[in-house]
Ligand binder design. Structure first.
Ligand SMILES: *Cc1c(COP(=O)(O)O)cnc(C)c1O
Length: 457
């Protein structure tokens, strides 16, 4: 550690310094994200239409583009105290290992039993479902982090939780499944025979191991066909970015306390919720012209929605039951193969982040998974934390930027989102350690075939 640098290894906020409001980045965007469209009428969806599928208060948040700060309900603030604040870590050991003059910080969201940032939104969504007097919620989960977080939150509020888990994960990650069942959730492999859309997909693609888009369709159908149920989603939606702003707000306060200002803020991007939450208050300053930062979204080369996708209206799910969203998308039928970062396999991207990217306010980079696991191991060996494969995408680019600083002799300050731990991903680590992991990059023809199926509107 450098002698003239007395920044602590970890910075925590005190309980009474925790944010009591979420920050809604859309309020500061001059050009707002495009509205969600009803797939039948192609008109902007109304609150009433959305309330058949989603909880009332969450619909309000989804459609609110003007209120900058939204109070965090007391019950949610109390729950947050079980695992928040999360630490802002100065990754001194990584800096030393890289020999870089850059200062590297990470905001670590893996210190809760569900192991990722997803609990920040799960608890909010479960709270609003309970407050509305619902019996339960339905959802999908890919890698399992969202299902785990939601089942924890539902257990706390006494709600029934029905999870449609992408079949290949259901089979490959039996322990994830058991964690959810331990918290009281009902877990069904998707596509299942329980829903019309699941039966149709099973018939059209016998033996399919499922996809996120397909599990979403099943969960939505399950919600609208049962009394007292609503559907909840763990990423992509504006409401989820709103809840995840807690990450950025805490990070910003901690930096203010230290008297430090980051130059570059990096996050992995699946549906965009952790990145959207991490950058929110910083992007707000940039939008208001108060400060400048570089923001970098990192996605897998196998599922490159920002770097190679189209900015267009598309379905959010394979079964086409959800509203249409304008976003960077690879097409709703796109199924990425051989990518071990399960949480980064969604075909689209948050509309808010898509718009910010389109306006040139954010950069994006795609990285191949073997280089991601190399970064994960380099990080784990010096900083101790065993990162989730998703998070390791951000680590890869943080290391790359720190090495650029070394070449250029620059002392930039880098912040990256360390979204979770990788203990349920050891099969992926095993493949990497055995040298049997390969990289997969879709070719242009594959993407073109998928773009051809984008809805015309
Ligand atoms: C789900 C997940 C992600 C990606 O989701 P976003 O909505 O893009 O944040 C990243 N990291 C972890 C650990 C996850 O579980």
């Amino acid at each position: 550690m450098s002698a003239n640098d007395d920044i602590p290894y970890k910075t925590y906020l005190a309980e009474n310094e925790l944010p009591s409001e979420w920050y809604n980045i859309r309020a500061d965007m001059k050009k707002k994200p495009a509205p969600l469209l009803n797939p039948a009428t192609l008109k902007p969806v109304t609150a009433e239409e959305l309330e058949h599928v989603f909880c009332r208060e969450l619909v309000k948040q989804e459609l609110d583009e003007t209120t900058p700060f939204i109070p965090i309900p007391d019950e949610v603030q109390k729950f947050y105290r079980m695992f928040r604040p999360s630490p802002l870590i100065r990754a001194y050991f990584l800096e030393r290992a890289l020999g870089t003059p850059a200062k590297i910080y990470d905001k670590f969201e893996g210190n809760n039993p569900s192991g990722s940032h997803k609990l920040n939104s799960a608890v909010a969504q479960a709270y609003y479902a309970k407050a509305q007097g619902l019996r339960g919620v339905t959802t999908e989960t890919g890698a399992g982090q969202w299902g785990t977080a939601l089942s924890m939150a539902c257990a706390f509020f006494g709600l029934d939780c029905q999870v449609y888990m992408v079949k290949c994960s259901y089979e490959q990650k039996p322990f994830r499944r058991e964690v959810m069942r331990t918290y009281g959730a009902d877990v069904t492999p998707s596509p299942s025979m329980k829903t019309n859309v699941g039966r149709a997909i099973n018939e059209a693609h016998p033996g399919t191991t499922g996809s996120l888009g397909c599990a979403i369709s099943e969960a939505v159908e399950a919600a609208v066909s049962q009394d007292g149920y609503r559907y909840v989603l763990g990423s992509v939606l504006a409401q989820v970015l709103l809840h995840q702003s807690i990450i950025g707000l805490e990070a910003k306060s901690a930096f203010d306390k230290l008297g430090v200002k980051p130059d570059i803020i990096i996050g992995c991007a699946g549906g965009g919720s952790n990145l959207g939450g991490l950058i929110a208050p910083f992007m707000g300053e940039k939008l208001r012209g108060e400060a400048d930062y570089r923001f970098i979204a990192v996605e897998p080369a196998s599922c490159p929605s920002l770097t190679r996708g189209r900015y267009a209206y598309d379905f959010c799910d394979t079964g086409r039951v959800c509203p249409l969203q304008k976003m960077y998308t690879l097409g709703h039928d796109f199924i990425p193969s051989a990518n071990h970062a399960g949480g980064l396999r969604y075909h689209g991207m948050s509309a808010t982040l898509s718009e910010l990217y389109d306006q040139g306010l954010m950069e994006a980079r795609s990285v191949e998974q073997t280089s991601v696991f190399a970064a994960a191991e380099q990080f784990a060996r010096v900083e101790g934390i065993l990162p989730a494969p998703e998070s390791s995408h951000a680590i890869r680019v943080a290391i790359d930027e720190a090495l650029r600083c070394k070449r250029e002799g620059k002392e930039e300050t880098i912040l990256f989102g360390l979204t979770g731990t990788g203990y349920f991903d050891m099969v992926a680590y095993q493949k990497y350690n055995d040298g049997s992991m390969c990289d997969y990059i879709p070719n242009d023809a594959e993407l073109e075939a998928s773009f051809a199926k984008l809805p015309r509107c």
